[in-house]
Design a protein around this ligand. Structure first.
Ligand SMILES: Cc1cc2nc3c(=O)[nH]c(=O)nc-3n(C[C@H](O)[C@H](O)[C@H](O)COP(=O)(O)OP(=O)(O)OC[C@H]3O[C@@H](n4cnc5c(N)ncnc54)[C@H](O)[C@@H]3O)c2cc1C
Length: 387
């Protein structure tokens, strides 16, 4: 269970991150990264030097983890300021770190995990395709064996960070389509190989994560790049839906929580500074009620996110709890941020205030990491509601 108070190491982590954010990620830079759709690698490297990219990596591979609670705290704190730093953090520590720990071969772990722990290695996630969204088992990107090589053809869409990653963690169809779940593999594909083109997509928010279309035309990689080694060939489905999937769901909850917290803090402050009729607007009952309501919603989001993180750290089965947290926190964060925007009136709609960015960023939370509808399916199915 989540303790009422953060444990000492989490308090220290929060303080360290909050100092880092004020020093290295000031508001004006966060706005600039958003405007330019830019990943500030040098800031990321300084963040990694704090050791937080090693929170998902066990000590024997150079990290200090796994510590789900501390990882979610890091995601929450970074999300209060910039997705351009937070998204690559998730791609590095979580996608690369957790997936490798879970399904990498011993050789892959020894080679890559120390680099994940130091922040040197970043992964992109190549699951979605132009015709494949929630139904991921339908991927059409193909992989065939050719001696010691694998040849890949197809296209991935919404592949965040592909252009600056070291590997694209790519779900492919490695056999014929009849055996939907038994003919999938995950390949580690370096994005700079001949035959790969990467084109940035223009999205509304989550800037800096550089979401992209990636096409593969006769791309050759060595067979050693099969995730999990030879044993991973045609075993991709099991690798994809392992315990890492539960952590992935609350990564989105932690992002949504951080964004919602930033919006509440800004709205709370603005309402005390902005005067109308000779008095701060926080004295108006309509504003007081909105602020009281978002504080309450935020507290529920916080408790749900960290209760679920604690379940995962304790090794409990958290399939339902993580779906509930992903569903509730991402949907509620949207409500919170939109209410906070109303507190700022016209100033919640213009670029000189961060609220406008929070709105753009939060709207994607119920979509990514399994949509709200998909989480509802998971909850009803896992609780065995008869069909
Ligand atoms: C900014 C951004 C970044 C992203 N980054 C990545 C990334 O790095 N890697 C990656 O692989 N993908 C990424 N995605 C893609 C994201 O994971 C997809 O949005 C997701 O896979 C869902 O696919 P879809 O949006 O095409 O929706 P679809 O699956 O086409 O769904 C459309 C609608 O139908 C509903 N629906 C679909 N299936 C069901 C069902 N079975 N039951 C009930 N309702 C259903 C959905 O809830 C939704 O409302 C990103 C998307 C965005 C916008």
């Amino acid at each position: 269970m989540q303790p009422l108070k953060d444990p000492e190491h989490i308090l220290i982590l929060r303080e360290t991150l909050q100092r880092f954010i004020e020093d290295q990620m000031p508001r004006h830079l966060a706005r600039e990264w958003d405007e330019k759709n830019e990943f500030p690698r040098e800031v990321f490297d300084k963040l990694a030097a704090l050791g937080v990219t090693g929170l998902t990596v066990p000590e024997e591979y150079g990290g200090s983890g796994p510590d789900v609670l501390a990882t979610m705290v890091t995601i929450e704190e970074l999300s209060t300021r910039s997705m351009a730093v937070c998204s690559p953090y998730i791609q590095s520590a979580c996608y690369a770190g957790m997936n490798l720990v879970e399904v990498g071969s011993e050789e892959q772990k020894r080679e890559m995990l120390p680099k994940v722990a130091t922040g040197e290695m970043i992964f992109a996630y190549g699951i979605s395709e132009p015709d494949v969204g929630a139904d991921v088992a339908s991927v059409k990107t193909t992989a065939r064996r050719d001696g010691d090589s694998i040849v890949v053809n197809g296209a991935k869409r919404f592949c965040s960070g592909a252009s600056f990653s070291d590997y694209i963690y790519t779900l492919v169809r490695s056999g014929d389509g009849d055996n939907r779940h038994g003919n999938l593999s995950i390949l580690l594909i370096p994005p700079d190989l001949p035959g790969i083109t990467i084109e940035l997509q223009k999205s509304m928010g989550l800037k800096g994560s550089a979401t992209a279309d990636v096409t593969f035309q006769d791309v050759r990689i060595p067979a050693s790049n099969i995730m999990g080694g030879e044993a991973g060939w045609n075993a991709g489905w099991g690798q994809l839906v392992g315990p890492g999937l539960d952590v992935e769901k609350i990564e989105v909850a932690a992002m949504a929580l951080g964004l919602a917290r930033a919006a509440v803090e800004d709205a709370w402050r603005y309402a005390q500074e902005r005067e109308q009729g000779g008095k701060p607007i926080c004295t108006l009952q309509s504003i007081r009620h909105m602020l009281a309501e978002v504080k309450t919603q935020l507290e529920a989001c916080r408790l749900m996110t960290y209760h679920t993180a604690a379940l995962l750290d304790a090794g409990e089965d958290a399939g339902v709890a993580t779906s509930m947290a992903k569903l509730f926190v991402s949907d509620t964060a949207v409500e919170i941020v939109l209410t906070c925007q109303r507190v700022l009136g016209a100033y919640g709609y213009v670029r000189e205030y961060d609220m406008e960015r929070y709105v753009r960023d939060v709207l994607v939370m119920p979509i990514i990491g399994g949509s709200s509808a998909v989480q509802k399916n998971n909850i009803a199915n896992q609780l065995r509601l008869p069909r």
